[in-house]
Design a protein around this ligand. Sequence first.
Ligand code: ADP
Ligand code: ZN
Length: 745
Amino acid sequence: MDTLYALPLFVEVAVPLPIDHPFTYRVPLGQQARAQVGVRVLVPFGRRKVTGLITALADGSSLGEREAREVLAFLDDEPYVSPAHLAFLSAAARECLAPLGEMLRAALPGGLPRREAPASPRTEMVYRAADSSPDASLTPKQRKVYAAVLGAGEISSPDLSALVPGGSEVARRLAAKGILAGSVREKSQPLSAPRLFDATGVLVPTSHQEAALARTGVAIASGGFAAFVLHGITGSGKTEVYLRAIEQARLTGRQTVYLVPEIALTPQLLGRVLTRFGEGAAVLHSGLTRAERAFQWRRIRAGEVFLCIGARSAVFSPFSSPGLFIVDEEHDSAYKQEEGVRYQARDLAVMRAKMEGAVVLLGSATPSAESIHLVRSGEATLLSLPERIGTRHLPSISVVDLKGQAARRGADRYFSPELEDAVEETLSRGEKAMLFLNRRGYAPALTCLDCGTTVQCRNCQVSLTYHKQDGALLCHYCSAKEVPPERCGVCGGHKVAQVGIGTERLVAWAAKRWKEARVARLDSDLGRKKGFYGEVLSRMQRGEVDILVGTQIIAKGHDFPEVTFVGVLLADQSLSFPDFRSAERTFQILTQVSGRAGRGDRPGTVIIQTLSPEHVCIRKAAEHDFHGFMEAELAERESLGYPPFGRMLLLRFWGPKLERIREVAESVAEALSRPLSEAGIRLLGPAPSPIARVKRKYRYQILLKIPPRFSVGAFFPEIFRPLRDIVKKAGVRMEADVDPYNLMV
Ligand code: ADP
Ligand code: ZN
């Protein structure tokens, strides 16, 4: 009854702890008017006080409520989380099998803070030319900076440094001399990206872009849910479609959430977005400080912006009426959150679009099997951009069988004569090359040549990677660091050899082979040093790198027109994973990395070196035949009942005692077997995880194969509840990963 709820006596509160259900609290007399859904409260919890969120109002008719403790304080006058947003977060928590409180903690800035972080935006210097004109005594560098400032009218110091290296320092000195005028302003975006020439007014959409935009325009205007898969080959103008669709949504008064896999890696894209939408855009990503995040969050919630661009967590942007969700590079596994609450941001974007009556646009040059399946089952409409913009063509790709190379020695065996010649020719024409190798470090293993023992991590069941730069062996799973041994720990032999090749060794090889060339490396080892990606990418942008060596980071959306050759050192690496997605991932990465070649006026070529030239994913990537690959891949998945033809749930168990974990996993499997078989769910395992020990914890897993469209959120919480106690009592941790991407640990 409405009258009752107008003055609630009790509230249900979600607390940010791993507990499956909300708790009931009594509303203090006289404070009923403050009890609203979405308001934060301070409540007693055991002997602690915690911040929680009101998820429902209650009338006290159920038994538990009589003993309820009292709310200590109401922290908001207006809902902190709007009812529509809370409904989305609750549904998301249900589908991910996560407690709502944990989902709130993952989705809201600073978790669920008692006090919001003060929204203090950073400041930055901006420069203009001063009234007086400079005298002739400027150095060439100063002249360059002056010209850049003059050209921009007004420019921030990070943007200036992006244009002219060291530019902000030079500008500071010019300002001291009165040649430039500097002032401080609040920074509305936490990341700076070079502002680019904006082609909005000039550029005429191609007929394919036009056709795609006609469809999205109608759907956005209709105000209902619609899903589109935008399949556009690399360089076909997808981004331009996104930017115009954002404009379409804005004209209907609705906001856009624009997801990208990893924002620090795409400064060019960010530059384009900010150039076009300026202050109308907020940026969210994992590198923000709490204050910066709170500031962006507030701009979104207050309706000051109509666009939020960000990494996966931006799917939680608190817009009041989002009308468009864009998922760029939707196939990218970066959309899967792999820690804490495990969610898939692409799937949540589709879910939220349904709840909000919005349009979702999933774009990629290599759409995922899941998205193509949506199209085939009529749940999404396919939009295609089958041609590159202008006269540019896709590069020609040749495949080289590396098996013939075994006779060559050392690192040479990773360079076929074909690859070597191609790099040589590229350099001699004054063009740039990229070499792709999906393994960082110098050598992936250190092996005793006498007894064959490979040095393993103390904490994990993996071999250690030799990193020359650190002079150490590093574990890529737990970050343990060890001094490389001089003798084998097992047989005492002295011949401990570096085996295999990583990006560090590749750089060394290339630098030795082409002494004149400027060689740079881009991989996540650099990410440990903040801002380094940006530095390498801007050197690349300025044409100061002749050979760029890197892991899959170099495959991501970059647009370097001078790159005409791409070499893939060893295409098989991702194929050898015991994972049903390994062929799809290999196809994607080969297509994406090939797409970096020939984006300018000159045509591109690609060489893929492999030990399995006959594999369908390699053949089809070389033929640019996405649909041919997907046909084969979907047929295979269907015959095995793998996603998207079924769902999966991975139960992980881990703890310090192997025996315990095995026992617990077995008793969980036994307890599940009846209800699961009644529901038509297959249970595989329990078995040790492929990497059975990580960070000193043993790992076991149970894999459930679930029929398609099965409602995981409606079925499992009930079944799991009693099991959680068994697991907890045994001192073992259990975690459910719905539709998992990582089956290794
Ligand atoms: P994608 O996102 O598919 O890789 P982009 O949107 O980055 O492709 O477009 C590739 C290049 O073509 C960009 O430099 C972009 O500015 C340009 N471009 C996009 N659409 C057009 C168009 N209709 N006319 C001319 N140039 C375009
Ligand atoms: Zn380790």
